[in-house]
Design a protein around this ligand. Structure first.
Ligand code: F6P
Length: 341
C-alpha cells in the first residue's frame, strides 16, 4: 500500500507531529510506503511531491510549520481538477490519501471522498472550529501564546494607565479569544459569535479605570460591532472566499480613545500564534491523530476523519467535521462575561 499525505490551509503547530506518527506507524506496523504532496491540494493537483519516509520524519516532532508545505489552493475552482487529482494519485501509485487540514481542506476531502477518492481526514486549526471533535491540535499552542501576551500586557497597561486591545486570530469563531481571555484575566472579550455594543465596551473601560486598573480587551479578528454602531473593515478574499482579516483591534482602540478620552493602543498577535513549537498537549493530540488516521487507512475506513471525544480518538464521517463550524455557545460566553469590567 502506498499512502499520500498532504497538509492544507493555514499552518499550525503539530502538523509535523501528525506526519511523523502516520509514517512511523504506517512503516513499522503496516509496511506501507509514503509520498508527500506539497502545499496542500496544489500537490495532487499539479503533481508536486516529495519523498516521505522514516528519514524525513526524524526530529520533526517539536518543529512548528509543516515539512510538506501548505497553501489555500481550492481545486474545485479549477476546471478538470478532480480528473487531474485522480490521474496524479494513480501516476504516483497512491492507493489512499491522508488530508490534514481545517474546514476548507477537509471540505475538499469530503467532496473527493464522495467522488470515490480513498481519503481519511485529520482535523487541524488553531481556531478550533472544526465540528465533530472536542479539540483540534494547534489551538492549545495558540491559546498559550496569546495568554502569555495578555499576562505581559497587564503590567505595561497599568503602568501607563492605558487601554490595551489584543487582537487574536479567529475569523469565524472566538475560541482563542475566549480561552486566552479567561486564562489571562481579560476585562472584555469580543468574539464573532456575539456582535458587540461599542457603548457597552466603553462603559466597561471606564469602570475599570474607576477601579484604578487598566483594561485589557481581547478581540477575535472576526468580531463585529452590532449593526450600524461602528464602521467595519473589509479585505481581499482567498480562494475559499474568506476575507483576509486584521484591523478590528486598531479600529476598536481608536473608537474607545475617541469616545472615552482614555489612551488606547492595539497589539495584533497575528501569525505569532501559529508559529513555533507545539505545546505538549498539541504534540500528544497530533501524534494520536496520526496514529489513528493511518489505522483508519489500514481498515479501509475511508471518508472518515479522526476526532477527539473526551480522551478517546474516534472516527466520524468527514461531513460531520465540515458541515458546520463549531462555535462558542451563548452559555460559555456568559461565563466569561462575569469577569467583564
Ligand atoms: O484558519 C486559521 C487562521 O489562522 C485564521 O485564524 C486566520 O484568519 C487565517 O488563518 C489567516 O490566514 P492567512 O495566514 O492565510 O492570512
Amino acid at each position: 500500500m502506498r499512502v499520500g499525505v498532504l497538509t492544507g490551509g493555514g499552518d499550525c503547530p503539530g502538523l509535523n507531529a501528525v506526519i511523523r506518527a502516520i509514517v512511523r506507524r504506517g512503516v513499522s506496523e503496516f509496511g506501507y510506503d509514503f509520498v508527500g504532496f506539497r502545499d496542500g491540494w496544489r500537490g495532487p493537483l499539479e503533481n508536486v511531491t516529495s519523498e516521505l519516509g522514516i528519514p524525513q520524519v526524524r526530529g520533526i516532532l517539536p518543529r512548528g510549520g509543516t515539512i510538506l508545505g501548505s497553501s489555500r489552493t481550492n481545486p474545485f475552482k479549477v476546471d478538470g481538477a478532480v480528473e487531474q487529482i485522480t490521474a496524479n494519485l494513480r501516476s504516483n501509485d497512491v492507493d489512499a490519501l491522508v488530508a490534514i487540514g481545517g474546514e476548507d481542506t477537509l471540505g475538499v476531502a469530503t467532496r473527493l471522498a464522495d467522488l470515490g477518492v480513498k481519503v481519511v481526514g485529520v482535523p487541524k486549526t488553531i481556531d478550533n472550529d472544526v465540528g465533530g471533535t472536542d479539540f483540534t491540535f494547534g489551538f492549545d499552542t495558540a491559546v498559550n501564546i496569546a495568554t502569555e501576551a495578555i499576562d505581559r500586557l497587564h503590567t505595561t497597561a497599568e503602568s501607563h494607565h492605558r487601554v490595551l486591545v489584543v487582537e487574536v486570530m479567529g475569523r469565524h469563531v472566538g475560541w482563542i479569544a475566549l480561552h486566552s481571555g479567561l486564562a489571562g484575566g481579560a476585562n472584555i472579550i469580543l468574539i464573532p459569535e456575539q456582535p458587540f455594543d461599542i457603548e457597552k465596551v466603553c462603559s466597561l473601560v471606564e469602570r475599570r479605570f474607576q477601579l484604578q486598573y487598566a483594561p485589557i480587551i481581547v478581540v477575535a479578528e472576526g468580531a463585529v460591532p452590532a449593526e450600524g454602531t461602528m464602521q467595519t473593515v473589509s479585505g481581499e478574499l482567498d480562494s475559499f472566499g474568506h476575507v483576509r482579516l486584521g484591523g478590528v483591534g486598531d479600529r476598536l482602540a481608536a473608537e474607545i480613545e475617541a469616545r472615552t478620552g482614555q489612551e488606547a493602543r492595539a497589539v495584533v498577535l497575528g501569525h505569532i500564534q501559529r508559529g513555533g513549537t507545539p505545546t505538549a498537549f498539541d504534540r500528544w493530540l497530533a501524534t494520536r491523530f496520526g496514529l489513528h488516521a493511518i489505522a483508519a487507512v489500514h481498515d479501509g475506513d475511508f471518508g472518515k476523519m479522526v476526532a477527539l471525544r473526551g480522551t478517546d480518538i474516534v472516527r466520524v464521517d468527514l461531513i460531520e467535521g465540515t458541515a458546520a463550524l463549531k462555535s462558542v455557545s451563548p452559555a460559555l460566553y456568559a461565563e466569561a462575561e462575569i469577569f467583564f469590567g
